[in-house]
Design a protein around this ligand. Structure first.
Ligand SMILES: Nc1ncnc2c1ncn2[C@@H]1O[C@H](COP(=O)(O)OP(=O)(O)OP(=O)(O)O)[C@@H](O)[C@H]1O
Length: 293
């Protein structure tokens, strides 16, 4: 399957663009959509799920214009929105039966699929308990289960790990990895570690624009030679941050070890280090502000 996004823009109010001329081509695999708050990720996902109309541009799935043929998309789409609401008094099984009915699935097909999903998402033991007794991670897994009811070829997950502890985040990562064959999964997050081990490609958005779209390897290579490590007194950190793009810090007593993104040696004793995806993310989110290298 192939999804083509052409010149997509969304203007919420006059001159206020949440998306600006986005061009993106998605193919089977996990695509990590990274961007800070307000970058436009949810707006893009809402448009791709046809909940919202763009101001201009087009989206086609295998050459079918889905903005004009919403029914075509309905059969192949699974969507976990950011603020996914559940019914607290229903059990996971009842909730999934309800969503399956709304999606028009037959009772027999729904029953079989729900059992498969409860197993896959490790919810089998609690399937008949009310959702209000679930942890945040369990609720998110129910959200993922509802998005998978129709075995979608295109799955949109909008920040599925927000507010979850590291163990649940890892849980969800493993599940996504397991279901990633033969479908497009567009996974938005602002946490690099959530997607670096599972994404085939990464798109980085900033203020409504697409800053880059490439494999993790190519993104890391694109900042090779620009990542430095330096130890400075902790008291100088704020001044240092004003001057340089700091990708991470590690406090050691009164000092702090900083990772810096810079095309020149930032300080006399800085040493070049192997780049990581997080460095590339910082580069595309921040460094490009200063005169788009
Ligand atoms: N309904 C709306 N009306 C007006 N402006 C909006 C609306 N929804 C979003 N925006 C604005 O559009 C921009 C993009 O928002 P969006 O929610 O798409 O970003 P995001 O990357 O998903 O961020 P977050 O991670 O915080 O959800 C932001 O500046 C936001 O304030």
């Amino acid at each position: 399957m192939n999804i083509r996004i052409n010149n997509l823009s969304k203007e919420y109010a006059k001159g206020v663009f949440a998306l600006k001329n986005i061009d993106l081509e998605l193919e089977n695999g996990v695509i990590g959509l990274l961007g800070q708050n307000g970058a436009g990720k949810s707006t893009l996902m809402r448009i791709l799920s046809t909940i919202m109309k763009p101001s201009s541009g087009s989206v086609s799935v295998d050459d079918v214009d889905i903005l004009k043929n919403e029914d075509y998309l309905k059969h192949i789409l699974g969507y976990l929105p950011q603020n996914f609401g559940i019914y607290p008094n229903l059990s996971a099984r009842e909730f999934l039966e309800y969503i399956a009915a709304v999606k028009g699935m037959s009772k027999k097909a729904a029953k079989k699929r729900i059992n498969e999903l409860l197993e896959l998402l490790n919810l089998h033991d609690v399937a008949d308990s009310p959702l209000k007794s679930y942890s945040g991670g369990m609720k998110q897994r129910v959200g993922i289960a509802q998005s998978l009811l129709n075995d979608p070829k295109f799955l949109i997950l909008d920040e599925p790990t927000v507010g979850l502890d590291p163990e649940e985040r890892a849980n969800i990562r493993n599940i996504i990895s397991e279901i990633s064959n033969n479908r497009i999964i567009l996974y938005s997050t602002h946490i690099v570690t959530d997607i670096e081990s599972i994404a085939d490609k990464i798109a980085i958005m900033k203020k409504g624009s697409l800053k880059c779209y490439d494999s993790i390897e190519n993104l890391i290579n694109s900042v090779r030679g620009m990542v430095w490590k330096e130890t400075i007194p902790y008291s100088e950190l704020n001044t240092f941050r004003m001057k340089y793009v700091v990708s991470s810090i590690n406090r050691i007593g009164d000092n702090v070890e900083v990772r810096v993104i810079s095309d020149n040696m930032p300080m006399k004793y800085a040493v070049k280090v192997e780049p990581r995806l997080e460095d590339a993310y910082m580069y595309y989110c921040h460094f490009k502000d200063r005169g788009d290298m």
